[in-house]
Write a protein that binds this ligand. Sequence first.
Ligand SMILES: [Fe+2]
Ligand SMILES: [Fe+2]
Length: 144
Amino acid sequence: MKASDDREFARQHKSLKKDLERIDRGSLARRAVGDGEQVADLKKAIASLRTKLCDHFAFEEGGGYLQLVVAARPTLKHMVDRLRSDHDAILGALDDLVSAPGEEQSPEAIRSGFIAAIRHLRKHEANEMDLVQRTVNDDLGVAD
Ligand SMILES: [Fe+2]
Ligand SMILES: [Fe+2]
């Protein structure tokens, strides 16, 4: 990965971390959503996160780092495959929450779906950092 891609990779993860902290602080994902306005706020937050993740995942997949990891470390391919499928699963879950007609979803279902998607995203990001660290360690000859 080029140095400029490395910087962009780091920048996007820093920005995503801030977004997740903002979601936590706003308690959007935690507070009870009882009326239409709160549901609308929640869906707006979900849609906004989804748009950002779509770009972020496309960068990770198209920008080269996933392919480079596989090329450099074929034994880590199973981890890369898992990360790719996480991308689809997370976007799909957020899509379902945003696009389903309001009358077909209870506010509680939207809220808990959002919490589950964020939990999945955090785990995914942690696994991604683990993969990057392993690749760096391999390059440096550091044992696990
Ligand atoms: Fe990712
Ligand atoms: Fe990521």
